[in-house]
Design a protein around this ligand. Structure first.
Ligand code: KIV
Length: 307
C-alpha cells in the first residue's frame, strides 16, 4: 500500500480530481513544476469537505475564523482551544488537501518553547499537517522544523499585528520596507519554512520575492505572480456582511442562497405547506385501522357521556 494514496479509493474524487495526498514537500514540487497552488480557508466539516472535493490543494484553518465564524472585530481574541476545535472538524473532512492550522495570537509570541508546545498540540490533538505563523520569527521556524512540524510563514499585512500597524494597510510600499520584507522572506526560507504567505503587498514586490525564493509563495492581495493564491472562504461566497476588499473575487452568493431558502421554509411553515403528506411517516395499514377504531370508540363514549 502506498502511503501517499488512500486505501480502497478509486484514485479520484467525485469531481475527477486525483486523490493523491498533498504534502508540504509536494507544494515545493508544484513550484518547481510551475503548477499554481490553490489554497482556501475552511473552518468546519461541511465546507472543508466541499473545498477538498473541489480539488483545493491547501486548506487553512485560518484565525480569520475569529471574524467570519465567531463575529469578532479582529483575529486577536480566538484561543488555541477554539482553533483546535475547528481544526479537528476540518481534519475529519479533508482527505487530499494539506491541512494547515493557523497559530492564534498569543500562542507563539512568548518563548520559542511555548510556541513549539502549542504547535505540537495542533499536530497531536487536531491532526494538522503544518502550522502557519505570522511575522519574521526565524528562531521559531527553525525550532518547529527541528520538531518535525512543517511551517508556513506569513509576511506583509499580518492581521495579528493590527494594533501595531494601526489598521489593515498594504505593506512594503517604500524601498526600505521592500528591502526588509525581502530579507525577512529569505531568512524564514533559510530557517526551514516550507511556504510563505504574502498578504497585502504590491504585486511587484510579491513577484520579486516569488522569483528569488525556492519555497512557494501563496498570495492574498499580492497579485497574480505568486506561486499560489489563498482567499478566505467567506469572502469567496459572500458570507462576510461587509464590502469585499479590492483583491477579493466573489465566485458565488451563499448569502442570497441561504436567505432565500430560509425565507421559503418560514413561509411554508406559516402557511402549513411544510411538511407535506409525502414528507411524513405513516403507520402500517393494521395499526392505522386500530387507531381509527380506537378513535371511533372514544368519540362514541364521549357522545354517550354528553347525552
Ligand atoms: O486567517 C486567515 O484566513 C489567513 C489568510 C487568509 C492567509 O491568515
Amino acid at each position: 500500500m502506498s502511503l501517499t494514496n488512500f486505501p480502497g479509493g478509486s484514485g479520484s474524487s467525485s469531481t475527477g480530481v486525483p486523490i493523491t495526498k498533498v504534502t508540504m514537500p509536494a507544494l515545493g514540487e508544484m513550484k518547481r513544476q510551475r503548477k499554481p497552488i490553490s489554497a482556501l480557508t475552511a473552518y468546519d466539516y461541511a465546507t472543508s469537505r466541499l473545498v477538498d472535493e473541489a480539488g483545493i490543494d491547501v486548506v487553512l484553518v485560518g484565525d480569520s475564523l475569529a471574524m467570519v465564524v465567531l463575529g469578532h472585530d479582529n483575529t486577536l481574541a480566538v484561543t488555541v482551544d477554539e482553533m483546535l476545535h475547528h481544526t479537528r472538524a476540518v481534519r475529519r473532512a479533508v482527505r487530499r488537501a494539506l491541512v494547515v492550522a493557523d497559530m492564534p495570537f498569543g500562542s507563539y509570541h512568548g518563548t520559542v518553547a511555548e510556541g513549539v508546545a502549542n504547535a505540537v498540540r495542533f499536530v497531536k490533538e487536531a491532526g494538522a499537517e503544518a502550522v502557519k505563523i505570522e511575522g519574521p520569527r526565524a528562531e521559531l521556524v527553525r525550532a518547529l522544523t527541528e520538531a518535525e512540524i512543517p511551517v508556513i510563514a506569513h509576511l506583509g499585512l499580518t492581521p495579528q499585528s493590527v494594533n501595531r500597524m494601526g489598521g489593515y494597510r498594504v505593506q512594503a510600499r517604500t524601498a526600505d520596507t521592500v528591502h526588509r520584507l525581502k530579507e525577512d522572506a529569505h531568512t524564514l526560507a533559510d530557517a526551514g519554512a516550507g511556504a510563505l504567505v504574502l498578504e497585502g503587498v504590491p504585486r511587484e514586490v510579491a513577484a520579486a520575492i516569488t522569483a528569488e525564493l525556492t519555497i512557494p509563495t501563496i498570495g492574498i492581495g499580492a497579485g497574480p505572480d505568486c506561486d499560489g493564491q489563498i482567499l478566505v472562504f467567506h469572502d469567496l461566497v459572500n458570507l462576510t456582511f461587509a464590502p469585499p476588499a479590492k483583491f477579493v473575487r466573489r465566485y458565488g452568493d451563499a448569502a442570497e442562497l441561504i436567505r432565500g431558502a430560509v425565507e421559503r421554509y418560514r413561509e411554508d411553515v406559516e402557511r402549513r405547506a411544510f411538511p407535506s403528506d409525502e414528507e411524513s411517516y405513516h403507520l402500517p395499514e393494521a395499526a392505522r385501522k386500530a387507531l381509527q377504531t380506537e378513535r371511533v370508540a372514544t368519540q362514541k363514549v364521549a357522545a354517550l357521556r354528553k347525552a
